[in-house]
Write a protein that binds this ligand. Structure first.
Ligand SMILES: Nc1ncnc2c1ncn2[C@@H]1O[C@H](COP(=O)(O)OP(=O)(O)OP(=O)(O)O)[C@@H](O)[C@H]1O
Ligand SMILES: [Mg+2]
Length: 113
């Protein structure tokens, strides 16, 4: 199992959710966060590099079985990109997921996802 965490632009959330549903990825957690990525033009104030402003972003988290990883990533990319891709479109992180438990039934692992 993997945990797919994507940070996307707020305006793309509905498009991404819609596309994931069409790709049969039906479970998702969403949070509103703020962050910044790499700085193309680093701001310098009195000789020191200064932290850029935090921008509002949307984080989605999806736990999937191995056979869903690639289609989930591809779907997020296709739906979250502005045009041919713009700075700040976002990032996807994939981390190993050790366990998943459905609280209602106590099921574990793939069938609990
Ligand atoms: N390495 C990282 N660690 C943690 N959060 C990150 C990282 N990279 C990006 N983020 C988060 O993702 C958001 C979007 O990142 P962003 O798309 O700007 O990435 P980037 O590496 O700067 O690429 P680009 O050049 O396309 O802008 C950031 O605002 C931040 O919240
Ligand atoms: Mg950036």
């Amino acid at each position: 199992m993997k945990l797919i965490t994507a940070i996307i632009q707020e305006d793309k959330l509905d498009e991404v959710r819609e596309a994931l549903i069409q790709a049969d990825v039906t479970r998702i957690s969403v949070s509103r966060i703020s962050g910044h990525g790499r700085q193309e033009d680093i701001d310098i104030y009195r000789g020191r590099r200064i932290a850029p402003n935090l921008l509002p972003k949307t984080r989605i988290e999806i736990a999937v079985n191995e056979d869903f990883v690639e289609q989930t990533i591809d779907t997020i990319i296709a739906a979250a990109r502005h045009g041919d891709g713009e700075i700040g479109d976002g990032k996807i992180f994939v981390t190993p997921l050790e366990e998943c438990v459905r609280i209602r039934t106590g099921e574990r692992g793939r069938s609990a996802i």
